[in-house]
Ligand binder design. Structure first.
Ligand code: HEM
Ligand SMILES: *[C@@H]1O[C@H](CO)[C@@H](O)[C@H](O)[C@H]1NC(C)=O
Ligand SMILES: *[C@@H]1O[C@H](CO)[C@@H](O)[C@H](O)[C@H]1NC(C)=O
Ligand SMILES: *[C@@H]1O[C@H](CO)[C@@H](O)[C@H](O)[C@H]1NC(C)=O
Ligand SMILES: *[C@@H]1O[C@H](CO)[C@@H](O)[C@H](O)[C@H]1NC(C)=O
Ligand SMILES: *[C@@H]1O[C@H](CO)[C@@H](O)[C@H](O)[C@H]1NC(C)=O
Ligand SMILES: CC(=O)N[C@H]1CO[C@H](CO)[C@@H](O)[C@@H]1O
Length: 345
């Protein structure tokens, strides 16, 4: 059969399969098209983690912010352009970091297998590797996401939950992404590592309500420590940070929930997990059963990574995670798998 005919037939077959089965994500998606993909991500994330363990928290949060705005499509990675202010400019995004790590992985993968591995998948693998590095929790994540073309600041403001949210608002926010209240509690456990700036929790320290200067549900001794770090006149750009998990800030484990029970939760939204009996009973289970939380967390991370993904012929495979490809035609990834072609450019 002439190559062109074979190519066209395979293409049509792939499109047909896509229509019949709907495109889904697969474990080992890059087995054939870019066998080194997951290893390369792991290598670079591990190296970054060795010099700065805080990078694990940064990458896990980046993945969360990607998935909650337009699905896990790498939109959080796009830079603003002259006519458009991107997601990363939004207020909840001000403290996002880890973009350079994704850039470094992408640059290496573009050498190994150009236009094959999406930025959305790179971020998903990087978040998974961060969980493994921070908490020795091993799990496989399905891949096959494609990159979106759009990133809009106001959509981040509208979709990323606020640290001031109460339980009802948190449950509704996660429900809008088809995640359950239980998964909301499980994923909040990501606050077992990483840091927050004063402005994310200063509402609890001064002028809290008409009747009380500080949040009465915050441990008073801990409140004093927080006040000494964050004075009332702290500026929006003040670099001071406090660990989200007061007990074991560097280890990805269940002590976040132990801290919550001792009124050491840092954000109003952390504290909120104790305000509804159904959520509090989950907190108690996780505080007492580290391995239960660990596997539930891995499963919930996989579920979060499936929010509104682009697959098949949708979106594109970006060349540079910060910018959409310029006008060029972007081949669907599975075509290369079907034909064994592993490289174009
Ligand atoms: C439940 C609703 C959530 C709210 C309201 C929330 C809010 C926040 C806030 C305000 C910060 C601190 C930002 C700063 O001041 O610099 C933060 C940090 C963080 N969040 Fe969340 N978050 C939520 C859920 C999640 C989820 C689902 C994940 C991931 C699975 C996550 C992962 C993280 C991590 C790892 C950090 C530390 C980042 C760093 O150290 O750079 N959060 N979050
Ligand atoms: C990739 O390889 C792994 C291990 O051999 C296998 O479990 C998985 O199903 C493969 N995935 C695909 C999409 O081929
Ligand atoms: C949560 O916040 C919303 C919006 O401010 C408010 O309408 C609702 O009454 C609050 N729920 C609880 C249980 O405090
Ligand atoms: C949630 O599920 C519904 C029904 O399956 C679907 O229409 C909707 O797009 C999903 N939303 C998200 C954010 O995944
Ligand atoms: C405290 O909050 C009230 C409104 O809740 C406001 O009128 C007052 O000015 C605030 N005081 C300070 C010192 O910020
Ligand atoms: C905040 O107030 C303290 C004492 O009142 C002062 O020493 C400090 O310089 C002020 N900081 C800023 C950023 O205004
Ligand atoms: C990491 C990042 O891009 N942060 C941006 C968050 O938003 C502010 C403006 O609100 C930008 O100045 C930051 O660069």
């Amino acid at each position: 059969m002439p190559d062109l005919v074979r190519f066209v037939l395979l293409f049509l077959m792939a499109v047909l399969l896509n229509v019949i089965y709907g495109a889904t994500l697969d474990i080992g998606f890059y087995n054939e098209s870019c066998p080194s993909a997951e290893e390369t991500v792991q290598l670079i994330v591990a190296r970054a983690y060795a010099s700065d363990p805080g990078i694990a928290a940064a990458l896990i949060r980046l993945h969360f912010h990607d998935c909650f705005v337009r699905g896990c499509d790498g939109s959080v990675l796009l830079d603003s352009t002259p006519g458009n202010s991107a997601e990363k400019e939004a207020i909840p995004n001000r403290s996002l970091r880890g973009f350079e790590i994704i850039d470094e992985v992408k640059a290496m993968l573009e050498v190994q297998c150009p236009y094959i591995v999406s930025c959305a998948d790179i971020l998903t693998f990087a978040a998974r590797d961060s969980v493994t590095l921070g908490g020795k929790i091993n799990y496989q994540v399905p891949a096959g996401r494609r990159d979106g073309l759009v990133s809009i600041e106001s959509e981040a403001d509208a979709n990323i939950p606020s640290p001031l949210f109460n339980a009802t608002q948190l449950i509704a926010n996660f429900a809008s992404k088809n995640l359950t209240a239980e998964e909301m509690v499980t994923l909040s456990g990501a606050h077992t590592i990483g840091v927050a700036h004063c402005n994310s929790f200063i509402n609890r320290l001064y002028n809290f309500s008409e009747t009380s200067d500080e949040d009465p549900t915050l441990d008073p001794t801990y409140a004093e420590i927080l006040k000494s770090k964050c004075p009332p006149n702290v500026t929006q750009t003040d670099p001071t940070v406090v660990s989200l998990d007061a007990l074991t800030p560097e280890i990805l484990d269940n002590t976040y929930y132990v801290g919550l029970e001792r009124n050491l939760g840092l954000l109003t939204s952390d504290q909120a997990l104790l305000t509804k009996p159904s959520l509090k009973s989950r907190v108690d289970i996780y505080a007492n059963h580290p391995t239960t939380w660990a596997w539930k967390f891995a499963r919930a991370m996989v579920r979060m990574g499936e929010i509104e993904v682009l697959t098949g012929t949708n979106g594109e495979i970006r060349k540079n995670c910060r910018v959409v490809n310029g006008g060029g035609f972007s081949f669907p990834g599975y075509l290369f798998q079907a034909t064994g072609v592993t490289s174009t450019s």
